[in-house]
Design a protein around this ligand. Sequence first.
Ligand code: SF4
Length: 473
Amino acid sequence: MTRTASPGAYHRYHIDTAETPDIVPWPTRFTVHVSKVGLARHLLRELVHYRADLEIVLSRPCMYGVFSGPIGGFAPRPEHCVGCLRCTTQHPDFVEIRHNPLREKLGDSYFHFNHVNAASYEAQTGSIPVKGAGYRGKFGGAGWDGMWTDMSEIVRPTRDGIHGREFISTVVDIGARPNYLRFGPDGQLVGQVPHTFSIPIPMLFDAPPAAARSEAACRALAQAAQKVETLLVLPLATLRQCDPAGPHIVPLVAPAERPQVASLPFEPRLVELASWDPALYDEIRRCFPETLVALRLPYGPPETLLHYHALGVRVFHLTADYHGTGADGRFVSTLIQEAHKTFVKAGIREEVTLLGSGGIVAAEHVPKAIIMGLDAVVLDTPLLVAMQASFDGEFTNHNSANCQLPSRLTPAWGAQRLQNLMAAWRDQLLEILGAMGLREVRRLRGETGRAMFQENLEREAFAGIEGFGETAA
Ligand code: SF4
């Protein structure tokens, strides 16, 4: 993926990362419990056994420095613990590592603490979290966990792409395209022509919920969106207060704000309608003829989507709640696929762009959502968690008030955390594309052949076996 920096000069797309520590202390991931009596006994035993060879006696079992403070294991430093369990494996009689119950309260039942831990690490370092002790969780589960990506087609050139030797594109197009081009008798293009622009990653930023819409947070989001060359949706009122402008900003306009459209201080590439309003749509088209117009609406029945398509909408931003649940209670993966197939069956999938938000809280959810049929995802809660937002209870939608950002948040700090998150998520997207042998993310859209579904596999394997239906239920 390249872009023109100046005529004739190109650069490979890259997101700059920088170590950006937490701005407020969060509870440590693990608590480290060492029995002082047990440790003292152990040291005495070793003093005798190794004849007071202090180099051996004082060697620590933790390479991460948890026991490397002035008095070693008598005052462990749990903030360094990564949970590799080496210490407790070596000394099960007096060392115990436990999950910190305070850390588990940071997210909620959907954005659970494992996702918080991953997003927090990614935002701090810009790197992919690696679990040295391997994955010890379940393979399968509800929601995105019931879907696995098929990475059996390992192809050398795309593996190289991950390390920059070969090229894997994460560029996506946003806009309207005719299904085919038409030419007149003179060979000139007639009729509708493609009207699109490209962004280098299939991840946009959604407007922060009211509870987290501080000026510092909005500026951080805007700076990060500009740096990573993506788009940030911001309500018109917020736009005025925070004053961000530029091609990375997508004003979100409600019908009541129609009179203010003409006074927008810049020509956006994309404007989002908070709900359908023909007068507002016409006003935007009149003021900014080159601007694309997206419609924000909840995932809904096929007739609704086709109805808005008939009215001229070509970019759809489909929303579920923050837990990935649609209005009818179905999970967002099913809703995405239904929307995608609606346009496929109508023979007009290439004409529209499908953006989707809600329920995408981990790097792996991005390719899964694209496989189900989105062109690009619009991120919400992970951006807040990257900026150390904590939820007090279930945080389900943009009207929920129980989200708190650190009061010391600064735009520069927040922007770097978001850049780090995007770098880590893009790297994981490249990993998946490389392992599938795909050279560009656009070819992943709707490719359900690249995924396996737990429900289907279990049905294939166990259907007909007595009791299967009961177990599955
Ligand atoms: S679990 Fe691993 S990282 Fe944590 S204290 Fe023990 S050895 Fe150190």
